[in-house]
Design a protein around this ligand. Structure first.
Ligand SMILES: C[S@@+](CC[C@H](N)C(=O)[O-])C[C@H]1O[C@@H](n2cnc3c(N)ncnc32)[C@H](O)[C@@H]1O
Length: 398
């Protein structure tokens, strides 16, 4: 807590002002609601995606370049795999190439492209291979679209930003850390065995407070699969929006593979007794904490992905799981070791840094195991190189 206090003290004045304005907006939403409280899912949605104050929609400088702190050494709030090293994109490109080759397609679509660095590195990789690519991006944040346009300025003719879902898409779909950034509902299973939903209200000092309200039918239905796994006094999240996103896929994908890369677990590990307070996490200047009320508007808010739910939503909608494994297994299967062997070793400092990043991607106590990759297919019969060994699909469904 003391770290967070000192972090808040050292915020850049523009971040303090943004935080104040976002807090005011959220308070007004609560005060003007009939129940004087709003569901956490709606609160999180405003905090991340309000067009004027949302963390992703309004602050392009902060997320990836760091304007939150008066300390110029601090860069951004969190690091994603493509931001960490281009070796991630290089390795993923090998798997993408296999898919596109099989489909005889040149199409890639990325959802939630962040700074655009993954797109840039993938396009560079295919350029080196002499292969043409049509790259499409669907991005909810207009300010991040501007950042992506700058990052991708040398690939102007290859990239198209779509304002709605494509029609009849045939190709490869990428979603890296998309689902963890979607607003979640929070439930609380209490001692008297009732299921409550977490709403957000205000106390007399106008501070955000949690309010428990009886769960609605949608939440009651969704928790049926979770209750056998948990005990009393259990709080966790359900991501209805990620399931809804999966349900749209068969409407626009005629043929192809969707790669979802994110941190998460199968249901029996997600709703584990050791995770009785859930997986909700906030990130600000590389400090992680679980209380979302600290810095709405200037902090990231995320939760882990329940990959069983993703698999079920896929199967229920006529798609199928082609593979599921840890990020480390996926990258090793896709050839990261060969890429590392071929790295330029002449500049020692660069090389050591590159190896450090690869270590993070592959480490069992870091991204290598925390992150998973699931591939969802439609009309795609080929086996995928990324899951050739240690496929864990069998762990997803009971
Ligand atoms: C955690 S960031 C990850 C960025 C990037 N993929 C990376 O790995 O560096 C989440 C991204 O998803 C975008 N996003 C969130 N919900 C979205 C949605 N429903 N459709 C498209 N983009 C979305 C955010 O604006 C942001 O660009």
């Amino acid at each position: 807590m003391s770290m967070i206090k000192s972090l808040l003290k050292n915020l850049h004045p523009s971040s303090i002002e943004h935080l104040r304005l976002t807090m005011d907006l959220l308070k007004r939403k609560i005060q003007s609601s009939n129940e004087r409280a709003i569901k956490f899912e709606d609160w999180m949605s405003e905090a991340l995606y309000n067009p004027f104050f949302g963390y992703y929609t309004s602050k392009k400088d902060i997320i990836f370049n760091g304007r939150n702190s008066t300390d110029n050494n601090i860069n951004g709030d969190f690091v994603t795999a493509p931001e960490l090293t281009p070796i991630f994109a290089k390795t993923l490109s090998r798997q993408i190439a296999q898919v596109l080759n099989y489909l005889e397609s040149e199409n890639i679509i990325e959802f939630g492209a962040g700074s655009g660095i993954l797109a840039k590195n993938i396009l560079q990789e295919f350029k080196k291979l002499g292969l043409n690519i049509n790259y499409k991006i669907i991005e909810i944040s207009n300010s991040l679209i501007s950042t992506q346009k700058q990052t991708l300025s040398s690939f102007n003719d290859k990239v198209e930003w779509l304002s709605s879902l494509p029609i009849g898409f045939n190709g490869c779909v990428i979603a890296n850390e998309l689902l963890d950034a979607m607003p979640v509902s929070i439930f609380h299973y209490s001692k008297n065995k009732s299921i409550m939903e977490k709403w957000v209200g205000l106390n007399q000092r106008e501070e955000f407070v949690w309010i428990d309200k009886p769960a609605d039918n949608r939440l009651l239905e969704a928790t049926k699969k979770i209750l056998p796994l948990i005990e009393c006094d259990y709080t966790s999240e359900i991501n209805f929006q990620s399931d809804a996103w999966i349900r749209t896929i068969p409407k626009w994908l005629t043929r192809g593979v969707v790669f979802i890369i994110d941190y998460g677990f199968p249901r029996h590990e997600y709703y584990h007794l050791q995770r009785a307070t859930g997986t909700l996490m906030c990130h600000l200047n590389h400090i992680a904490y679980s209380d979302p009320f600290i810095a709405p508007g200037i902090q990231d808010i995320t939760s882990h992905v329940d990959f069983s739910s993703i698999a079920e939503a896929s199967i229920e909608n006529g798609l199928y799981v082609l593979g599921y494994t840890s990020l480390a297994n996926f990258l090793i299967n896709s050839g990261i070791i060969h890429i590392v062997q071929d790295l330029d070793k002449s500049k020692i400092k660069n090389h050591v840094e590159e190896l450090g990043a690869v270590q993070k991607l592959l480490s069992e106590i870091d991204m290598g195991e925390l992150f998973k990759v699931i591939a969802i297919g439609k009309d795609f019969q080929n086996e995928l190189v990324g899951f050739s060994e240690n496929d864990r699909s069998h762990k997803l469904l009971p």
